[in-house]
Write a protein that binds this ligand. Structure first.
Ligand SMILES: Cc1cc2nc3c(=O)[nH]c(=O)nc-3n(C[C@H](O)[C@H](O)[C@H](O)COP(=O)(O)OP(=O)(O)OC[C@H]3O[C@@H](n4cnc5c(N)ncnc54)[C@H](O)[C@@H]3O)c2cc1C
Length: 421
């Protein structure tokens, strides 16, 4: 080989790597999809521009719905260092009245707080051990769909696959590459989060949600973490009372209020700066698929518009995308199968949440909702389970989802986790 031939070879672009499925993004949505695909024997590569462990701005709260998916995926709670089970939730109405909403005890786990830096790393490890290939520190630069495959151009060369699962978060680059963004869309909620250490014993043990008049329909939260820590933050709906640009001064103001000082205690100290990120919650407003691409999690705007929770929805949509690819025949349309399934799973709940958000926008609506929820021990118990997504949001309106143990199903992780081969 001459020197000229050798240097021409060096310059030639790398040929595409071929896979059955490429997943973009290794958060809960992408890893859930990868775990299911790898276990079904599908050849899957996950790419993420981050190197794990990586942080994700989040309240770190895991609902019963999310916990059931994590259990199904075979996650061992012991593999998540900051895993903290919660059995008491305190909710304050705009008038300042605070009520306790207990979650069942001794029947499994109904609510957990776990730092995303730990949870997402454990899910990445689970995906790897299931047989998925993980490429970290690899950015997706372009996505091109062809009739029979999709090409994902990455910072480390192209990947050709039969299907692409876009699990690339709120700003989904894949959605942009395919021209499917909604002009001007910047999320439906915007939220701040800051970690605190040395918090008062109640804040290190229980979960607090406070509907302050100036945040409605948004709220302030304090979620407990091990070692005297808490994840503290607040979220507002875009276009409601507070402008996103005013959230910084409002954060300082909220923390200086008497109830916040009492809740966090005199020794509480912030761990690092506060950080903000949007929350996309319009599952019925964005395309769920393209020709060979399935959008999941935040890339599908799957968060609950009432609470801003999205981990359970990310896990659900990731699993549904994998199921559609595994069960649809070679010539079938997995993307449309997936979109139809997710519409059936989530759109009725989304609409119900939107109705409740409308009621919670006003002081009177928020006060009435919390008073009704806290009226009796039965309403308190069932409201807490409904709020933590033990039941679907629109369960009353969707009889197809009723079953005889609807209000008495056990929580997740009742049995020790047995590793899945
Ligand atoms: C402040 C705040 C508080 C919240 N609190 C809660 C809560 O308590 N409970 C709850 O359930 N939900 C909460 N949420 C929502 C939750 O964080 C998200 O819904 C969830 O993280 C969605 O997971 P995902 O896998 O879809 O996306 P992500 O977790 O965002 O993962 C996307 C991945 O894509 C990767 N990526 C992006 N671009 C590229 C690229 N070009 N190339 C390669 N990789 C790329 C990123 O590095 C990232 O790892 C909160 C959100 C915010 C902002």
């Amino acid at each position: 080989m001459t020197t000229t031939e050798a240097s021409e070879q060096d310059l030639a672009p790398a040929p595409p790597v071929r896979r059955d499925v490429v997943v973009v993004g290794a958060g809960p949505a992408g890893t859930a999809a990868a775990i299911e695909l790898a276990r079904a024997g599908v050849d899957v590569t996950v790419v993420d521009r981050a190197v794990f462990p990586r942080d994700k701005i989040c309240g770190d709260g895991l609902t019963t719905g999310a916990l059931r998916h994590l259990e199904h995926l075979g996650l061992d709670p012991a593999s998540v260092g900051s895993w903290q089970e919660v059995t008491n939730c305190w909710i304050s109405s705009p008038s300042g009245t605070t009520r306790r909403f207990p979650l069942p005890r001794g029947q499994g786990t109904f609510a957990v707080v776990a730092r995303r830096i730990d949870l997402d790393e454990a899910l990445v490890d689970l995906a790897r051990s299931a047989g998925a290939e993980l490429r970290e520190d690899t950015s997706v630069l372009d996505t091109i769909e062809f009739d029979d495959h999709v090409r994902v151009e990455t910072s480390r060369g192209p990947i050709d696959a039969r299907w692409c699962i876009a699990a690339d978060g709120m700003w989904s680059p894949v959605r942009k590459h395919l021209g499917l963004t909604v002009p001007g869309y910047r999320g439906d909620w915007h939220a701040f989060r800051q970690y605190f250490t040395n918090v008062a014993p109640a804040a290190a043990r229980d979960l607090f949600v406070r509907f302050e008049s100036d945040l409605l329909p948004g709220y302030f939260w304090s979620f407990p973490l091990p070692d005297g820590r808490a994840n503290v933050g607040f979220g507002i709906q875009r276009g409601a009372k507070v402008a996103v640009g005013d959230m910084g001064p409002l954060w300082a103001d909220l923390l200086s209020r008497e109830w916040a000082q009492e809740l966090l205690g005199p020794d509480a100290e912030p761990e690092g700066p506060h950080r903000a990120w949007p929350i996309p919650a319009r599952i019925d407003g964005l395309a769920l698929c393209a020709h060979r691409t399935l959008f999941v999690g935040d890339a599908a705007a799957a968060c609950d518009p009432l609470t801003g929770e999205g981990i359970g929805q990310a896990l659900l949509t990731g699993r549904r995308a994998a199921e559609a690819i595994v069960t649809t025949s070679e010539r079938g349309d997995a993307a449309r199968t997936y979109a139809a399934q997710v519409t059936s799973d989530l759109v009725a709940d989304h609409r119900m949440s939107m109705l409740l958000v409308r009621a919670m926008r006003h002081r009177k609506g928020a006060r009435t909702a919390i008073r009704l929820a806290g009226a009796t021990p039965w309403t308190r118990r069932n409201f807490a389970r409904w709020l933590f997504e033990d039941y679907p949001r629109a369960i009353v309106l969707t009889p197809r989802r009723w079953h005889h143990r609807m209000l008495s199903s056990p929580g997740a992780f009742r049995e020790p986790v047995v590793p899945v081969a």
